[in-house]
Write a protein that binds this ligand. Structure first.
Ligand SMILES: [Zn+2]
Length: 297
């Protein structure tokens, strides 16, 4: 089986224990399938990126024995590709400009739905801007689904979480492809780049599972294949919240790569490596364990 996987960090800070779990899982899955493991720097949201963080992340991964099997893709250099994708969607009649502010959208809801603090977009500008200036570009989800003959409920099988489904139109609405500030939206960049890199298997943290249905719809709209998905367990910080730079997660201690890897392995249900094991020995053992657990899934 052809297998191309990837790890796609945002360079908003160094890797922490939570992001190492996703990195290790994607690396082990690629090794267990005799596949390729590619890397992509998701620096499309440039105001949030820290100078030097991408290089520091690559050094952290290398200290943990994980180096990509090919050139690293940088989203900040991919503007022309995202633009071409948007133009294709516009030409099909599947993308439209939106003049709504966040306040406009929230005013249409009786109560704001608590999904990443974002309200469901009600499709206001599908029929035109009504004199407002264009701010963002959105995907017409229903138009894509109808053209492809797809159901309104997008269903997929996550290798770990099992059957998942979402009615994108009702639960999210027509989502943004290009933001009001001119930056490319995460969903568009990820789908175009997964296509460019030929990704067959996405292994990433469970906090990203909620994006999958939107990405599947966008893959269909762009004529791209849908990879297999696996979402890995989240590591919670001492306060019980998701680990993130925002809530003070510690960067990994690179003087103790095996200790950091052991914690990540335990979070993935793998046995800790012996204290005297080398990093390559530990990775080789975990690759076998991972294959036994997940190869068929
Ligand atoms: Zn609008």
């Amino acid at each position: 089986m052809r297998y191309v996987g990837r790890f796609a960090p945002s360079p908003t800070g160094l890797l922490h224990a939570g992001s190492l779990v996703a990195a290790l899982a994607s690396w082990l899955d690629a090794r267990a399938h005799d596949g390729q493991w590619l890397s992509r720097i998701e620096d499309v949201d440039t105001p949030r990126c820290l100078p030097g963080a991408a290089q520091a992340i690559q050094q952290q991964l290398a200290r943990c024995g994980m180096t990509p099997d090919g050139a690293v893709l940088w989203q900040s250099q991919r503007h022309a590709h995202y633009q071409a994708a948007l133009e294709h969607l516009v030409a099909q009649g599947w993308a439209y400009p939106c003049g709504c502010s966040r306040k406009d959208i929230e005013a249409t809801q009786s109560q704001t739905v608590a999904r990443h603090q974002a309200a469901v977009y009600p499709g206001t500008c599908r029929i035109g801007l009504n004199g407002k200036p264009a701010r963002a570009w959105r995907l017409n989800v229903q138009a894509v689904q109808q053209a492809l003959g797809w159901p309104v409920i997008t269903a997929w099988t996550d290798r770990r979480l099992g059957t998942q489904e979402q009615n994108v139109n009702e639960e999210v609405g027509d989502f943004v492809l290009r933001r009001a500030d001119g930056l490319w939206a995460y969903q568009l960049a990820v789908v175009v780049d997964d296509g460019e890199q030929g990704i067959t298997h996405v292994v990433r943290g469970q906090d990203l599972a909620d994006n999958t249905a939107r990405q599947i719809v966008l893959q269909g709209a762009l004529g791209l294949p849908t990879p297999k998905y696996m979402h890995t367990p989240l590591v919670l910080g001492p306060n019980g919240e998701k680990m993130s730079k925002q809530n003070g997660a510690q960067a990994l201690d690179l003087h103790q790569p095996l200790a950091a890897l052991n914690s990540a392995a335990l979070a993935l249900g793998l046995p800790a490596a012996a204290a005297d094991a080398t990093v390559p020995q530990a990775l080789a053992r975990w690759s076998q364990d991972w294959a036994a657990l997940w190869h068929k899934a």
